[in-house]
Design a protein around this ligand. Structure first.
Ligand SMILES: Nc1nc2c(c(=O)[nH]1)N[C@H]1C(S)=C(S)[C@@H](COP(=O)(O)O)O[C@H]1N2
Ligand SMILES: [Mo]
Length: 497
């Protein structure tokens, strides 16, 4: 039983620490408590509050812990009879935790990780402790030695668990503190604005023209996201410039803030994929900053580095021409979410994220492509990374059944910094039919499209293609994302009946 309890507590400690380090979420135990609260019948919850007052929640967590301790001891005692019985207990407990964690709002696969780490700890520690006891049972003459081994392992487990939980708490506290600073931050010049009405064609099921921050795709190599207080942030701009500069956060936001709608996408996006989003970014134009510093005419790129050591080399032209390449401080009118680069990231219209959109950016070195390599270009991805024209069908979804007759199709198309001229849709290889387009404020955003097609009964294939304002039509040649972005036309299947 002692082995079970110790293993159980060790697993709670590692899962708690993982939750603290990885996310700003609570531990799986708290997720279970929240789920219990949500599922509790109203009358029961009221009764609990009446009896316990504001101690209801701590009481619930303590209750869950007591229940867990009983399960841990039980799992330990089951190990006497067979090796697999405790495994069932650990697995069932982990499944409960997983269910609660995934029932949280906006839960993703990362949120499952603390539970997994906890389960592995339970199984590993429990079998280590039980092994020592088993050896003792089998060979009683070794009793005192095996007992010492057990006590030693138990002691190490207890101390390590406590240490891991405290360390997790410490790291997590930093994150929480940054989250509080972020929420309290008011940045002069940052406004909240609805998108222009005409951007939306009002087709249900099409990605909203403005992507809410919570739904914006997230791509990075960070295991634990950098937690940076605005007060502790600074940006060094150096290299082939006449004058170096180190900017604090206060220096940065004291400059003119530009706001603009920009669509960001990932080079890894497959045809028809969702690694693309459109937001209103507020920040300081990089072109203005660089102009003040005097850039050497021989420089052709800026090597950007993030707090977590990720790098990318961005063509200097994209940072100094008239587009709104910026050091962004806000996304959709709110300080950048931590996962999107708080407190400062770069956003460059017209380039894929991997060569331009550095989150948690702390260093810009003006230089040359001959001497600078970014994280992904070093792994064989193309150096320049201009976005390719693309279009996507959002409704109907591939595989949907639709009623034969007039069917409304809709989706999005993008070619940042070139703009979309037209979108056409084709049914079963027939004539291309032109779609209606939403209005957009600039060439740097995606556009919504919609079209009504007459669909006869039967199975059909529908494709979409876009033409840019440069007159180039999207190619139907199929290419994988590696090394410079996927090509091919998004094609769906529908059945009309
Ligand atoms: N620090 C850092 N910045 C980064 C990355 C990263 O791994 N680390 N990934 C880049 C890639 S590949 C993309 S597509 C965009 C995604 O930005 P988002 O997560 O805000 O959507 O961030 C870019 N900036
Ligand atoms: Mo990306």
């Amino acid at each position: 039983m002692l082995a079970g309890v110790l293993a159980g507590l060790a697993g709670l400690a590692t899962s708690y620490a993982t939750a603290m380090v990885l996310t700003i979420r609570e531990s799986p135990v708290v997720a279970v408590a929240e789920l219990v609260i949500r599922l509790a019948p109203g009358a029961f919850a009221e009764r609990a509050i009446a009896v316990l007052g504001h101690l209801d929640k701590p009481a619930l967590v303590v209750g869950i812990l007591v229940f867990l301790l009983a399960c841990f001891a039980w799992a330990g005692s089951l190990a006497r009879r067979s090796w697999w019985r405790p495994l069932v207990v650990w697995s069932v407990l982990a499944a409960l935790g997983l269910g609660a964690v995934l029932a949280q709002r906006n839960a993703g696969m990362v949120d499952a990780l603390p539970v997994l780490v906890g389960l592995l700890t339970w199984v590993a520690v429990h079998s280590a402790l039980v092994d020592a006891l088993r050896r003792e049972q089998r060979r009683p003459e070794l009793e005192s030695r095996e007992r010492r081994v057990f006590v030693m392992v138990a002691g190490v487990v207890a101390v390590a668990s406590l240490g891991i939980a405290v360390a997790g708490r410490f790291v997590g506290a930093g994150r929480r503190h940054v989250e509080v600073s972020r929420r309290l931050l008011r940045i002069p010049g940052v406004t909240r604005r609805q998108p222009p009405v005409a951007t939306s064609l009002g087709v249900a099921g099409v990605a909203p023209w403005q992507t809410p921050n919570e739904d914006f795709y997230q791509i990075d190599t960070a295991i634990a996201l950098p937690a940076i207080e605005p007060d502790e942030w600074s940006l060094r701009i150096h290299g082939m410039v006449e004058r170096e500069l180190t900017l604090t956060y206060a220096d940065l936001v004291a400059r003119d803030v530009t706001e603009s709608w920009i669509t960001l996408n990932c080079v890894s996006n497959e045809v028809g994929g969702g690694l693309v989003g459109n937001a209103r970014w507020s920040g300081v134009r990089i072109a203005d900053l660089l102009a003040d510093l005097g850039v050497d005419a021989a420089a052709d790129c800026v090597l950007q580095t993030s707090r977590d050591g990720w790098t990318c080399a961005t063509p200097i032209e994209a940072l100094t021409d008239d587009r709104d390449a910026m050091l962004a401080v806000a996304m959709n009118g709110r300080p950048l979410p931590i996962e999107h680069g708080f407190p400062v990231r770069t956003v460059v219209p017209g380039l894929y994220g991997y060569v331009s959109a550095t989150k948690w950016v702390v260093d810009l070195e003006v230089g040359t492509f001959a001497e600078s390599q970014g994280y992904w270009t070093d792994k064989g991805w193309s150096a320049l990374g201009p976005v390719k024209i693309a279009s996507r069908i959002d409704v109907p979804r591939s595989g949907d059944d639709v009623a034969a007759g007039d069917v409304r199709f809709g989706g999005v198309a993008w070619h940042q910094h070139t703009g979309i001229e037209s979108v056409e849709v084709q049914l079963d290889g027939g004539a291309w039919q032109r779609a209606e387009l939403g209005e957009v404020p600039s060439v740097d955003t995606w556009v919504q499209w919609a079209v009504t097609l007459e669909v006869p009964e039967g199975d059909h294939e529908v494709r979409v293609r876009a033409t840019g304002r440069d007159g180039q039509t999207q190619t139907s040649v199929v290419r994988a994302p590696d090394p410079d972005g996927a090509t091919g036309l998004h094609t769906i299947e529908v059945s009309a009946g």
